[in-house]
Design a binder for this molecule. Sequence first.
Ligand code: PPE
Length: 312
Amino acid sequence: MADLHATEKIWMNGEFVDWKDATVHVGVHGLHYGSGVFEGIRAYETPKGTAIFRLDDHLQRLHDSARLIRMTIPYSVAELSKASLELVAVNRVPSCYVRPIAFYGYGSLGVPPRDNPVYVAIMCWPWGAYLGEEGMTRGVRVKISSWVRMPSNVVPHTSKACGLYLNSMLAVQDAALGGYDEAILLTEKGYVADCSGENVFVVKDGVIYTPPLETGILHGITRQSLIEVAGSLGYEVKRENLVRSDLYLADEMFMTGTAAEVTPVREIDDYLIGDPGPVTLALQRAYLDIVQGRDERWEHWLEYVTPVPAEA
Ligand code: PPE
């Protein structure tokens, strides 16, 4: 997990403000009720300069997340895309994490938002390996949580909504207290959903499995990318419901997410999976090659930042 390393500017409601000035009142609706939506995007250093991975797909998901909670974001995908690219440029960070957020602001309190404006901000800051450098090479230890993933008829889990992350927070805090790196949440029926901040994949007898979207998981953009990339490398990928024994008996297991990229899992509930296996390593390498601009077949997923000249 990352400490916030301040960069120079934050884009807030249409303008660039200094990092320290990007503040809100304690009466904002989003703070009281978690009524916001957010995204996590990464920008990478490539041979042709800094590029943001699947920027418009993330911003479209932000709009979809908002629609699911009946919120209208007052900036289009194109406007937010331009703002994100400019933000990374003005902050002069070669690689970073980009965090757009939209939430109900100051106006009235009480559960239904009324005259609350929708505030929109985009931050970016350097963020290294989500679960540590060692996790990326050796694999992490994960634990199935006793907290169940919120079912889609309680809140739409396909919305990357702020309030939903209490569910993830409880799960990952419990896992950390038990000495594990990350938590896996199951659905009420006992199917594998996702981790606190990643989607789950296992490999068994050469076939790759991942839970289907009907499970009520976040429609991960890394997940979706990896499914396509794995297919192009000749692997069979099945979207199937998994139960906990499928994880314990897996030949290989890994997690995907913007922050976590492709992180191997070496142990689940103290069942040893082992060192990252050949499929995991091949997909991790393929993903890093793509996001870092070393594989031109997937260039269409990269949006290049136009550098701003250094001030005289
Ligand atoms: N499931 C959850 C619950 C989730 O939060 C994420 C992203 C994913 C799956 C993977 O989605 P995608 O990034 O589109 O492949 N989690 C963000 C968490 C960051 C945070 O801790 O804050 C992320 O990876 O940006």
